[in-house]
Design a protein around this ligand. Structure first.
Ligand SMILES: C[S@@+](CC[C@H](N)C(=O)[O-])C[C@H]1O[C@@H](n2cnc3c(N)ncnc32)[C@H](O)[C@@H]1O
Length: 334
């Protein structure tokens, strides 16, 4: 693993941010066809699907996924990784393996958070997703993304995960049978300096994160984020679920293919980050939008020692109050 040195300015003059790179990559697909494919994808995600029938099976299905979901999964993963980076400022990964990488949202996100990344490998089952992801990555600002190795692989029980400083699995577990999920999390845990798993911020997504969390602590890994402790999660299943949200702008194309009218969307996500070595942890994690009233801010917290707790900060507390006014759902407190 490299030390935390700033990466050389290797951004080529024609590099694009993900949003613009997507617009440029999707322009060759007729918008009506993308819209139709997006509707099919939404239906399949809502109804659940048979893992033996891959969702990203055609070029247009992949393009629709990239236009409709990739901005949101990219924003969610980046938000989770940023929390990890805040707690582990000395973590400077040089290598990343992204399992079930799809069109590459987690590799774009990781390179934005850690410019130290040099060698990136994406494991993905769909050749169409690989083809799209590789083309898209050619426009990325970070050399590690442009030069990423895309490997076609079906992740299954007993399939080894290559060792890396950072292993990411973003919105993948839900597409795998439970036994494979368990095997995969275990295999990744043994090979990762830092393992970050992100799932949709739904009760089902959180349940998969909670199961992974139990497995990771059982294997002796140290939780880094979002949890302030390695003990049992204090959230009672069926009553609540641990999740966060990130707001992202929708581009014109995004709005058209998604039948959306709003200029933004909120992506809800659950995540867990664990490491082979301990890092400083948040003392508390903010689990809801802070409730702001005149002179008071109430924070719903997951605490290191007292489970879930509501904590009210008043204007009389000066600097602490000003800090409480600035924090957002998902931040560490204080
Ligand atoms: C919902 S997409 C998420 C893609 C990407 N990680 C993201 O966050 O946008 C799930 C991806 O996992 C891939 N996948 C599902 N099962 C897989 C398996 N057994 N082996 C490899 N890839 C798999 C799918 O092909 C798809 O690209």
């Amino acid at each position: 693993m490299m030390n935390a040195v700033p990466a050389p300015p290797d951004r080529p003059h024609n590099a694009l941010d993900l949003e613009d790179a997507l617009d440029a990559s999707l322009v060759r697909f007729p918008a009506a066809e993308l819209t139709r494919s997006v509707r099919t994808l939404i239906k399949r995600y809502r109804e659940g699907f048979d893992p033996s029938a891959p969702v990203l099976s055609s070029e247009v299905a992949v393009a629709a996924y990239a236009g409709y979901r990739m901005p949101a999964t990219h924003s969610a993963v980046r938000a989770a990784l940023r929390q990890v980076a805040l707690l582990a400022p000395g973590f400077a990964p040089a290598t990343q393996v992204d399992v079930g990488g799809g069109t590459g949202s987690a590799v774009w996100a990781a390179s934005e958070v850690w410019p130290t990344l040099r060698t990136v490998t994406v494991l993905e089952q769909s050749p169409s997703a690989i083809a799209f992801g590789r083309r898209l990555a050619g426009r990325a600002p970070a050399a590690a993304v442009r030069e990423a190795r895309w490997q076609q692989a079906v992740v299954d029980r007993g399939v080894p995960v290559p060792a890396a400083d950072l292993v990411t699995m973003s919105y993948v577990l839900g597409e795998l049978p439970p036994a494979v999920q368990e095997d995969l999390v275990g295999a990744a845990a043994r090979q990762a300096g830092m393992l970050v798993i992100v799932e949709p911020g739904t009760p089902a997504g959180y349940a998969r994160i909670a199961a992974a969390r139990r497995l990771l602590t059982g294997l002796g890994l140290h939780l880094v984020a979002p949890c302030p402790h390695d003990g049992e999660c204090p959230i009672i299943p069926d009553r609540d679920w641990c999740h966060f949200a990130v707001r992202l702008n929708r581009t014109a194309l995004h709005r058209r293919i998604k039948d959306g009218t709003l200029s933004f969307e909120d992506e809800k996500f659950s995540y867990i980050a664990a490491s082979a070595r301990p890092w400083p942890r948040a003392r508390n994690r903010i689990l809801r939008h802070p409730l702001k009233r005149k002179g008071l801010v109430t924070l719903r917290l997951c605490t290191a020692e007292d489970g879930l707790a509501d904590h009210t900060v008043s204007k009389r507390q000066g600097e602490t109050y000003r800090e409480a006014r600035d924090v957002v759902w998902g931040d560490a407190w204080p």
